[in-house]
Write a protein that binds this ligand. Structure first.
Ligand SMILES: Cc1ncc(COP(=O)(O)O)c(C=O)c1O
Length: 370
């Protein structure tokens, strides 16, 4: 099978798998146990926190492990909201946040009376500072903006937006699940209060994520927010994936960019019948395609029959049969937005895989016409 769904999940890197197996076998003791085996496990835990924290540019005390990127987003948002001023109940977010954030905010609106304002992206899916300034009100307590869009790959200028938000004394959460290990991340330079990441998007294990939460005196998060017996092997594997993933980012991005360019340059027969999204600041690992006529689900099944795994948008919305939130935010009619598909490229993607994908797509478009 040709795998073009790396934004949904990545295979575990062979080297990381070995690290996981070795650690699970040799460092199985409970890190809270006081004997030497427990102490060794605790040392590995501390070391792993330090490695991941240094990949994010924060202190290990500001890093909190969770069971997924979803949980990392929830933990970050919940923690930030606990420290906001009581009289402020207005939140600003992009209209295409991952559903882990969108759903969380909807619940806050319904159950706790928060008011939510959605930002308006430009035609490239970019959120501009001017729009943030226009949406922020006197009682805004929090802004949530993802770093890289999971459906079309637009990279947001978090640093510029973050600097302004921080000066205003407003809390700022950034979902970095699609960005971590794709672009350089330094949470202090980005001026964010929290930043979430996930293991299975960076060739690490599933079931582990983390969030940076900026430590401030009134928010005592120096204590680990999640306790319980740590899975040391998973933690070490996550740290190894973070370390490997954030080393040589530029070379890896260059390689994936070449692949994306190859796809675009050879897809003239596709772009007659579809729009392929490319933003000024584009993450090369995502190729969002909106067909003029072919429904995304039909395309997905056709690709699957031809041995190609791709997606109709973020994996989590697939079963809901709802149009892509990113397409809707770009002003695409909801019925037309259902014609969206996402190809996502990874370390193992080759030109010949993309060549086959282009052929399958061209055949599908030909069949549909006849
Ligand atoms: C932008 C973004 N945020 C959060 C998540 C959730 O991460 P996880 O699958 O680890 O819960 C995803 C997963 O697709 C994502 O793309």
């Amino acid at each position: 099978m040709i795998y073009l769904d790396y934004a949904a999940s990545t295979p575990v890197d062979e080297h990381i798998l070995k690290i996981y197996q070795q650690t699970a076998r040799d460092f199985f003791a409970n890190p809270l146990s006081l004997h030497d085996l427990g102490t060794e496990a605790m040392e590995l835990s501390r070391y792993s926190y330090e490695v991941i924290a240094s990949c994010l540019g924060c202190d290990q005390k500001e890093l909190h492990m969770t069971h997924s990127g979803t949980e990392a987003n929830h933990l970050a948002l919940e923690t930030l909201l606990q420290t906001k001023p009581h009289n402020k109940k207005h939140i600003v977010a992009t209209p295409f946040e991952h559903f882990s954030i969108a759903d969380f905010l909807k619940k806050k609106q319904l159950t706790e009376g928060y008011e939510i304002s959605l930002l308006t992206p430009n035609d490239q899916g970019e959120i501009l500072l001017d729009d943030v300034i226009a949406k922020v009100e006197e009682n805004t307590c929090l802004v949530a903006i993802q770093h890289i869009n999971h459906e079309i790959g637009t990279i947001q200028d978090i640093e510029t937006i973050g600097r302004w938000i921080q000066q205003k004394g407003i809390l700022f959460h950034c979902d970095g699940v699609q960005a971590f290990s794709k672009v350089h991340v330094d949470v202090k330079a980005l001026h964010v209060d929290s930043y979430s990441i996930s293991g299975h998007k960076i060739y690490g294990p599933k079931g582990i994520g983390a969030t940076y939460i900026r430590s401030i005196p009134s928010r005592n998060t120096s204590e680990r927010l999640y306790r319980g017996t740590e899975d040391i092997a998973k933690l070490v594997a996550f740290a190894a994936a973070a370390d490997i993933g954030t080393t040589h980012i530029d070379e890896k991005a260059k390689h994936i960019k070449e692949l994306r360019t190859y796809f675009i340059e050879n897809s003239a027969n596709i772009t007659d019948h579809a729009s392929v999204f490319t933003a000024r600041q584009q993450s090369p690992h995502v190729i969002g395609i909106l067909f003029n006529k072919i429904p995304g689900h039909y395309a997905m099944l056709k690709f699957n029959q031809a041995g190609i795994a791709m997606s109709t948008g973020s994996a989590c919305t697939v079963n809901q049969q709802s149009p892509s939130p990113t397409m809707i935010a770009l002003g695409i009619d909801p019925q037309h937005a259902k014609n969206f598909i996402r190809l996502s490229l990874g370390n193992e993607t080759t030109k010949s895989e993309l060549e086959k994908t282009i052929k399958v797509c061209e055949n599908m478009l030909q069949e549909w016409k006849n």
